[in-house]
Write a protein that binds this ligand. Sequence first.
Ligand code: ATP
Length: 321
Amino acid sequence: MSSHSSLYNIVPGALEEGLEVFVVIFDRDWALWSQYPGLLARIHPIRIRRPKDSMAILRAFNAIEQELVIVPHGSFVRYLSGESLALLKHPIFGGVKILQYEADRNKNVGLLAAAGITTPRIFDNPDAVDCPVIVKLHGAEGGKGYFIAVNRDDLWEKGKGKQIDFIQEYISGVSIYAHYFSSPIRDRIELLGFDRRLESNANSQYLVSFEEPSFTVVGNIPIVVRESLVPEYYQMGQKFVEQTGLVGPFCIETICSSEPKIYAFEFSGRIVAGTSVWAPSGNAYTHLLWNEPMYMGKRIAREIKDAFTTNQLAKITVDSP
Ligand code: ATP
């Protein structure tokens, strides 16, 4: 399905690995995809009018006759609801269940905590707030409309008239998004890099802001983390896979505080847009693991290819938790 991750990451990776590629492309994205006629000529584009029409998306996927694996990403999860996913006739890379954790913040952060990963505190009751908090609104995507309250009174004041979904301890520090790949075929977990999001005026060039910070994502930048943090990030990924049985790409979204201490506030059980910062050449981490240009889209394609050729497709399309 058309999205930032598929155009610049998943599809180029699949083509590099010699896979046959079908892409459901929404009309609104067609002009952008048409900028790359060389890429369009190598895939099977399936045009769909509206992303909101989940039945049309389902029909398009189900009409494909070939044996295939669907690679999910952020837009895929947004436009195909839980019920629609169950009607897909083709298997999903990494399984379906883990994707359903995106809709429920409590379940999402709960799974991280269950794996023994440090997470910020959550407040069910606004009156229990005793520290600065970040308030996440119902249905917000990409940090839109969030606000920070320095204490309980500030929370009541700023929350007036808003449908507050989730109140979480605000961690002061640097946001770091860790990219992992869990490979059942090679029986290992790979740490493939880090990025951080550029979030509107929360990361504006001015130190003094006259507005409420906005976390609306406008882009991503690559990070190389300090060496002493790498083992900790690696163990975090390991613990999470041990707990969930997760297969394929995933991202643990963290804030690193001044101590430094790592707090994980969310995960995505699929490829994230931030991994595109490393396409098509890879980075220091992927180089040591692969000794060839490697990035998330290509890594996914490599696993699919290996699973197909060794008749182990069931291993990469299992349902996690
Ligand atoms: P998406 O679904 O696209 O990941 P979202 O709407 O779920 O976005 P979050 O990823 O939860 O939003 O948060 C958006 C941003 O808010 C983060 O990138 C981070 O900068 C900031 N943030 C989130 N939680 C915390 C926290 N507990 N402490 C400090 N900052 C936070």
